[in-house]
Design a protein around this ligand. Structure first.
Ligand code: GRF
Length: 212
């Protein structure tokens, strides 16, 4: 398997994107971020990319006459940057089936809860943590999953638990979950970099590390 040549898609501040860059710099993730794509012109993630000298593109379906034209432009950008893997990091738009099919089993997303609980359309950012507290959950967590045509519905690659404390607010819970997000996203990507991921229906198997 060739080295991961990543496109990161982000709509917001980009702390997961930054965690990916840190993991690469620290040698924990064998990958290169070839391009950062955001649907929001004021996304913090664009600024982070520029600071690191990574091509940063504002690309939104609104700039194109049709979904097909947008998809064609996206695919062209991905091909131009020789992208072989996509990491969604706080990207609030659904990828069209055209993109999902072009990168089948090569797109990951990170979600700040244990899917399938607290997922789906509208379940993002503080909404997730508010719903977890509202339900009275004692545990929540992080899911890194393969992206399919449905929101938050692809098979999990890593799930990790995070405790909910009695006096948590959505903010304190979000902060505890985010710390774990920053650990597990690079870990999940590294499994792909090492070609240790086997997708068998809904089950994702991680092969053991070969003995050196
Ligand atoms: C994270 O909580 C991630 O799980 C969710 O959106 C948030 C993005 O945060 N998909 P950031 O932009 O990476 O800081």
């Amino acid at each position: 398997m060739a080295k991961l040549k990543l496109a990161v898609f982000a709509s917001g501040r980009g702390s997961n994107f930054e965690a990916i860059l840190k993991a690469i710099a620290a040698g924990r993730l064998d990958a290169e971020v070839c391009v950062l794509i955001s649907n929001k012109s004021d996304a913090g993630a664009l600024e982070i990319a520029r600071r690191h000298g990574i091509p940063a593109l504002h690309l939104s379906a609104k700039q194109f006459p049709s979904q097909e034209a947008f998809d064609a432009a996206l695919l062209e950008v991905l091909a131009r940057h020789e992208v072989n893997f996509i990491a969604l990091a706080g990207y609030l738009k659904k990828l069209s089936p055209t993109i999902v099919q072009a990168y089948r089993n090569r797109i990951l997303n990170i979600h700040p809860a244990l899917l399938p609980a607290f997922g789906g359309q509208g379940m993002y950012g503080h909404h997730v943590h508010e719903a977890v507290l509202q339900y009275g959950c004692k545990v929540t967590g992080v899911t890194v999953h393969i992206v399919t045509e449905e929101y938050d519905a692809g098979p999990p690659v890593i799930q990790r638990c995070v405790p909910v404390l009695d006096d948590d607010t959505p903010e304190s819970l979000a902060a505890r979950v985010l710390e774990v997000e920053h650990q597990v996203y690079p870990e999940a990507l590294q499994y792909f970099a090492e070609d240790r991921v086997r997708v068998e229906g809904r089950r994702v198997r991680i092969l053991p590390k070969p003995i050196a």
